[in-house]
Design a protein around this ligand. Structure first.
Ligand code: GAR
Length: 204
């Protein structure tokens, strides 16, 4: 008999390298308790959508620009019910979700953030800006964090963190690549499997 799996939607905004890591991890069996069945972008031209199409995954757009915050969230909620989604993974999704939205999906949304929370996180800290801030401060170690999403930006319960050293002479771009390669692309699939398994087993 085929094993039951958690139905996953991945939310994206840009290049989608973290989405790619999830797709590859499902293929290689690192993610075995969940199935990525939908990719939702707030941007119609996100390259992440092409990655999903190439992998044969259904895609949808929920544009904040066109629909506004509430309209975007209504569209995401409709997509969740239409596609029987159990679990949302924010993989480079650059919109903050409202309290009324996150409240409905308690312990059903995770996010990857490119620093060791509570450093360099919260509103205004996203993408390259996070690495710029780390370099400005002169920290010698940074990393990535996967956490549950609640009403506080980057404030939910931490699931996995991985530290990465910062070599002298790093630029925001080189540091972003290093953190992705050494931390993000590893811990996001691991957290995705961990949480999917807990949902399947009724532990959360
Ligand atoms: C990743 O570094 C991700 O951690 C970050 O944006 C990048 C998206 O890259 N997310 C945030 O900053 C969220 N606050 P990707 O589209 O190639 O996965």
């Amino acid at each position: 008999m085929k094993k039951k799996k958690v139905n996953i939607a991945v939310l994206v905004s840009g290049g989608g390298t973290n989405l790619q890591a999830l797709i590859d991890a499902e293929k290689s069996g690192i993610i075995e308790s969940g199935k990525i069945s939908l990719v939702i972008s707030n941007k119609a031209d996100a390259f992440a959508l092409s990655r999903a199409e190439k992998a044969g995954i259904k895609t949808a757009v929920a544009s904040k620009k066109e629909l506004g915050q509430a309209g975007m969230e209504e569209r995401i909620s409709a997509l969740i019910s239409e596609n029987s989604i159990d679990f949302l993974v924010l993989a480079g999704f650059m919109c903050i979700l409202s309290q009324s939205f996150t409240k409905q999906y308690d312990h059903r949304i995770i996010n990857i953030h490119p620093s060791l929370i509570p450093s360099f996180c919260g509103e205004g800290f996203y993408g390259l800006r996070v690495h710029e801030a780390a370099l400005e401060k002169g920290v010698k170690v940074t990393g990535a964090t996967v956490h549950f999403v609640n009403e506080i930006p980057d404030g939910g319960e931490i699931i996995i963190q991985k530290a990465v050293t910062i070599p002298d002479g790093s630029t925001p771009q080189s540091l972003q690549k290093r953190v992705m390669k050494l931390a993000e692309w590893k811990i996001l699939p691991l957290a995705c499997e961990l949480v999917s398994k807990k949902i399947l087993n009724g532990e959360i």
